[in-house]
Design a protein around this ligand. Structure first.
Ligand SMILES: Cc1cc2nc3c(=O)[nH]c(=O)nc-3n(C[C@H](O)[C@H](O)[C@H](O)COP(=O)(O)O)c2cc1C
Length: 237
């Protein structure tokens, strides 16, 4: 079995950690692995808050209802879906294309055009009215031809961003495992207070999950892993 597959298969949600220091190098490797996950339009619509300072860690753990994985973790990663970063990201990517020495002027012009068109995908307008209007137009066109769908309103935008953010979270957990650490994803937390603690914008940010990172303690007992059989979750057509 490939080593990567082995790491994926052995990852478990670990409930108790031993106190260990995570080096800056390891932390950056984990975060780098998260950042290379695929994302919609390569827009990487998320932000990770790596909480490690003892004081902030203690406060964050309390806001995770004092759950044992949070209370014993060496770091807590607050994974945030960010619906406002797409414009800046697109501009940064085009600026990078200009200096990368790889892309022709034609390709750069194409990317600029794509960014201009792409913005209509994201814009929601006042009270989300433009988003609803876009969907109605799409649904009408759909009566005659093949069309996709678009995110509608803030909720739709968070759903859109959450998909890419969740993939980055999975990469993060697998990378931690590969580097000899363990993790526990959690959605048991006080989202409003935690958002305040890490300094989020209520308008543009939503916490997706908190990932406890640390070294599995001998106190943690891996219960046998149960999954629904593949025929319950997979349809082969
Ligand atoms: C989105 C999400 C939220 C979760 N929330 C919690 C949580 O709040 N506390 C906890 O102890 N585990 C939490 N878990 C871990 C799951 O309970 C665990 O992944 C599941 O039971 C399967 O166990 P395994 O990952 O060890 O195979 C969460 C997992 C996910 C993906």
């Amino acid at each position: 079995m490939s080593e990567i597959l082995d790491i994926i298969l052995r990852r478990r949600a670990v409930k108790v950690f031993d106190p260990v220091d995570i080096s800056v190098e390891t932390r950056d490797q984990i975060l780098k692995a998260a950042s290379v996950a695929p994302s919609s339009f390569n827009s990487q619509p998320y932000r990770f808050y790596w909480v490690q300072s003892p004081e902030k860690l203690k406060r964050a753990a309390r806001l995770c209802f004092g759950q044992k994985p949070a209370a014993t973790a060496s770091a807590l990663v607050v994974a945030v879906a960010d619906i406002a970063s797409w414009r800046e990201t697109a501009q940064a990517e085009i600026a990078w294309m200009r200096t990368a020495g790889f892309f022709s002027a034609e390709k750069i012009a194409e990317a600029e055009k794509r960014m201009k068109v792409g913005k209509w995908f994201f814009l929601q307008g006042w009270f989300g009215i433009f988003g609803i209007l876009k969907l109605m137009i799409l649904r009408t066109i759909h009566l005659w031809t093949i069309t996709g769908t678009i995110p509608v309103a803030r909720k739709g935008m968070f759903k859109w961003a959450g998909k890419s953010a969740a993939l980055a979270c999975a990469n993060l957990m697998i990378a931690a495992e590969a580097l000899g650490l363990n993790t526990c994803p959690m959605e048991g937390f006080d989202d409003l207070r935690l958002a305040q603690l890490v300094g989020l914008s209520p308008k543009n940010h939503e916490i997706l999950m908190v990932i406890a990172v640390g070294k599995k303690s001998a106190e943690h007992l891996d219960r046998p892993q149960w999954r629904r059989p593949l025929e319950s979750t997979v349809t082969v057509l």
